[in-house]
Write a protein that binds this ligand. Structure first.
Ligand code: 13P
Ligand code: SF4
Length: 312
């Protein structure tokens, strides 16, 4: 018998209750995965959700640093990444040694790390931020001199919102969002003159400066749902326009650029989620399990806890 998406989702639901599994899915995942998840949202919301779940097993549909963050927040739980090839290129852009060397030169500069970083890099950082919490956390920090890594586009956005801070930036960022050109904004606005432009701060300043709203994945979704406007151009991963179209059928959503497809987020399929749920409790689940040394968790968690303390 050929299985439908619904059949697979039902089997996942049975496996969840049999094996005490909680599924966390980032909003860039496909609709069929979000439907099977217990918690969905942006990086910040998922970090908070991960810190609160009581299930023995967590399956993460997202990219590696997100599952790693969930493991750090729930080290006593078994955390599995649904597709082990799903990494975030931005998270791997900077080495801890490079940041330690910079800190040695400027010891009074606090290091603010976007959550899209490896656990190893987090060990040399003072506080983590996500796109939805960055401005709030940086504003709440008593220190003026900061180094913001790795995303210089999100960093520029934070710098503008916090003009009293001395924020140093390095040349990193999300290759998917940073690829959008200002000319594409012009084309999209001409095609949809009544639409509001909603953009993720990982886009380059020449793009986000033209937006009616700049915010995280969840921020964009909330804005569009609450707004009285009827048409929106969505300047983030194209799945967000699709999810919004499902939840607001009376509004129209257009993608700013068809290039904004994260190949890593798109690696995970519903079948990956099903397979890992089925494998939990057997040796086959080992390849998906996030294993971290307790010492690494202890050191890297400091800046995540600081984020939850300042941003909560
Ligand atoms: P948020 O989930 O913080 O909006 O970030 C988007 C992203 O690129 C995740 O990798
Ligand atoms: Fe990384 Fe960008 Fe993909 Fe997010 S959208 S996972 S930041 S590459």
């Amino acid at each position: 018998m050929i299985k439908t998406v619904r059949n697979i989702q039902e089997e996942i639901n049975e496996l969840k209750s049999q094996k005490d599994i909680c599924i966390l899915a980032h909003s860039y995942q496909g609709h069929e995965i979000l439907e099977a998840a217990d918690f969905t949202g942006d990086s910040y919301k998922l970090s908070v959700d991960a810190s609160k779940v009581s299930n023995k097993n967590i399956v993460f549909a997202g990219v590696h640093f997100m599952a790693e963050t969930a493991k750090m927040l729930s080290p006593e739980k078994n955390v599995y990444l649904a597709n082990t090839f799903a990494g975030c290129p931005m998270a791997e852009q900077m080495e801890p040694e490079m940041i330690s060397a910079l800190k040695a030169k400027e010891p009074d500069r606090k290091v603010v790390a976007y959550i899209n970083t490896t656990a190893a890099l987090k060990t040399v950082c003072d506080v983590c931020v996500t796109s939805s919490s960055a401005v709030k956390i940086v504003s709440a920090m008593p220190e003026k001199k900061l180094l913001f890594i790795p995303d210089c586009n999100l960093g520029t956005f934070v710098k503008k919102a916090c003009p009293d801070k001395d924020i140093m930036l390095l040349n990193g960022g999300c290759p998917v969002h940073a690829a959008v050109r200002p000319e594409e904004v012009k084309i999209a606005k001409e095609a949809h003159p009544n639409a509001l432009l909603l953009v993720h701060p990982e886009c380059i300043p020449a793009v986000s400066e033209q937006a009616d709203y700049v915010g995280s994945t969840s921020g964009i979704m909330e804005f569009a749902k609450k707004s009285n406007a009827k048409e929106f151009i969505i300047g983030t991963e194209i799945s967000i326009a699709e999810h919004l179209q499902f939840s607001c059928p009376d509004k129209r959503f257009y993608v700013l650029s068809k290039k904004i497809v994260c190949p890593n987020m798109k690696l995970t399929t519903l079948m990956d989620v099903y397979r890992v749920c089925k494998a939990i409790g057997t040796d086959e689940a080992a390849e998906n399990e996030i294993i971290m040394e307790p010492e690494l968790i202890e050191k890297a968690k400091v800046c995540i806890n600081e984020m939850l303390r300042l941003g909560g």
